[in-house]
Design a protein around this ligand. Sequence first.
Ligand code: G6P
Length: 366
Amino acid sequence: AMIGKGEHRHFMHKEIYEQPQVIGDTLNTMFNPVSRTFSLPDLPFALSGIDRVTIIACGTSYYAGMVAKYWIEQLARVSVEVDIASEFRYRAPAMPKGGLALFISQSGETADTLAALRYCQAQGQHIISLVNVPESTMARESEVALQTVAGPEIGVASTKAFTTQLTALACLSLVLARARGAIDHATEERLSKVLIEVPARVAEVLAHDERLREIAEDIMDARDVLYLGRGTSYPIALEGALKLKEISYIHAEGYAAGEMKHGPIALIDETVPVIVIAPSDELYDKTASNVQEVVARGGRVIFLSDEKGVARLGARAVSLVLPNVDPFVAPILYAIPVQLLAYHVAVAKGTDVDQPRNLAKSVTVE
Ligand code: G6P
């Protein structure tokens, strides 16, 4: 059937607005209402025996994998390697048999990711894919195919596929943590409840659309934009920079906030907007002190945090107050304002938002 844009000017905007619904749909595929926790379909191998995880993907899907690395390491206490498919496949790494290899792909067809999957198969890894297209090649070639229920994504810049990937990966992290006995039942129940509430929180974030359009006006004339974050906010900074590059053609870089002093701080002046992803979590104070360093050098800070975080900043910054959430789900929520920001900058610049130049929705050749 033909998919329309409805009341939206672009598919990207429509897809951003679908996120409360499709995140909920994705959660529902794994939620068990009786135990009030998450489970996976029956697996042909035991998750309890997994002591090494390798995550491979490209583009936005790779950043979802980066967030999953933090989650799985912290919750399941298992070591995780994450790499982009085009590097991984030619590195030809040694992989002890019996590890878990996880492939993340909206399309399930990306050539490099598929080649990496086949390599891992040959290395005797257990293969799980997380795809948005259930009949895709990756789904067919995996032992287990998990699905994001984002529905067709038309905009070339990925939005709802990303947040549903994060959602499914959060569930997977909890399941892996339980299988390995690394999480107690009370914590698992609490974090499961926090996840179930994400669609409602995402809907609240969407209410900042107009404010983000105003902030975008301040960014549209910049030549370079810097995105900073720590912990799970670091991949969100990378994703924010990628979104901006893809559709507005402004040069943007995502950086780990703590690494700023090793280079990017040299770029800071009043012409470079610095977008900071800083939910109130255990790393908040460190990120806030990086903001002070930026402000001291005349940098223009756009600070994305919650009520407490914005109140505590005490520095000159344009801020956006997002809902208060458990740090576990913050990356899912903070993905939304960076999508909307990129969207509004692109619209203000008059680019072809849904079909940016030189980019393809799915890269099936190398
Ligand atoms: C292309 C798309 C990106 C996507 C990447 C990986 O570059 O433009 O939006 O993140 O491919 O695609 P996949 O389908 O494997 O997630």
